[in-house]
Write a protein that binds this ligand. Structure first.
Ligand code: PEP
Length: 257
């Protein structure tokens, strides 16, 4: 039986300013109980400008909510205008850094090579990368989703050691399901998540592969999360739109109820 603790992470994308972030996290903290935290790891992934406020709240009130950034630079410091480094995120006590979200890959032309450099940057500073992978609609229609996604895994994890890999989080997010309301079927999610774990076993051995948490992301809501979470290789959800609604996100965290 899997000992992986599910990870429910809310990707706020470019929503909620720092004042709204404080109110949102307070509401979330008020709703969640120790029973929730015992069963599930809960994370929020706010915009960079909110992180200091979230940190202050989490530290001050000793909240069990964890948090992370939606991206990080491949570099640690220097002449990279507009970028935020892993050093800075570690200083803000972030737990996670998302790498290679499809919106970064699509709108900022992020390649597997760059994602790999970002995964390494995250590990350099003690952050847990949430490496996002997933195919577009054309690839899915061609039936190439497994092969396409595994190529992203190979590229994103190049030269990553087994010790690093076992702490990793991977988010399988079919691009056609993100923000569209069109959720993958549980079987679709399992097919690719299972293949990802299989590739991790080839790369690092089964013991390491069994420790890696693989999330599904793409229009996860309270009414579809349980069926997806019932799949053996799905260990959580990366939740976009629905994470902006505290009540809905809490229901997602309580997917077992
Ligand atoms: C995401 O932003 O990673 C995501 C899955 O978005 P949504 O839940 O809105 O589809």
């Amino acid at each position: 039986m899997s000992t992986r603790t599910p990870l429910m992470a809310g990707n706020w994308k470019m929503n909620l300013n720092h004042l709204e972030a404080i109110a949102h996290v307070q509401k979330l903290a008020f709703a969640l109980t120790d029973k929730d935290y015992d069963a599930v790891d809960v994370a929020v992934l706010p915009p960079f400008t909110d992180l200091r406020s979230v940190q202050t709240l989490v530290d001050g009130d000793k909240l069990k909510i964890t948090y992370g950034a939606q991206d990080l630079s491949a570099h640690d410091s220097g002449a990279y205008t507009g970028e935020i480094s892993g050093v800075m995120l570690a200083k803000l006590k972030c737990t996670y850094a998302v790498v290679g979200h499809s919106e970064r890959r699509q709108y900022h032309a992020e390649s597997d090579e760059l994602c790999n450099a970002k995964v390494k940057a995250a590990f350099r500073h003690g952050l847990t990368p949430i490496l996002c992978v997933g195919e577009g609609l054309d690839v899915r229609k061609a039936g190439q989703q497994v092969q396409y996604t595994l190529t992203q895994i190979d590229g994103g994890l190049k030269d990553i050691t087994a010790e690093q890999a076992e702490t990793l989080v991977i988010a399988y997010e079919p691009v056609w399901a993100i923000g569209t309301g069109e959720v993958a079927t549980p079987e679709d999610a399992q097919e690719v998540c299972g293949a990802i774990r299989g590739r991790l076993a080839e790369l690092y051995g089964q013991e390491v592969a069994d420790k890696v948490r693989i999330q599904y992301g793409g229009s996860v809501k309270a009414n579809n999360v349980a069926a997806i979470m019932a799949q053996p290789d799905v260990d959580g959800a990366l939740v976009g739109g629905a994470s902006l609604d505290v009540d809905e996100f809490v229901k997602i965290v309580r997917f077992r109820d």
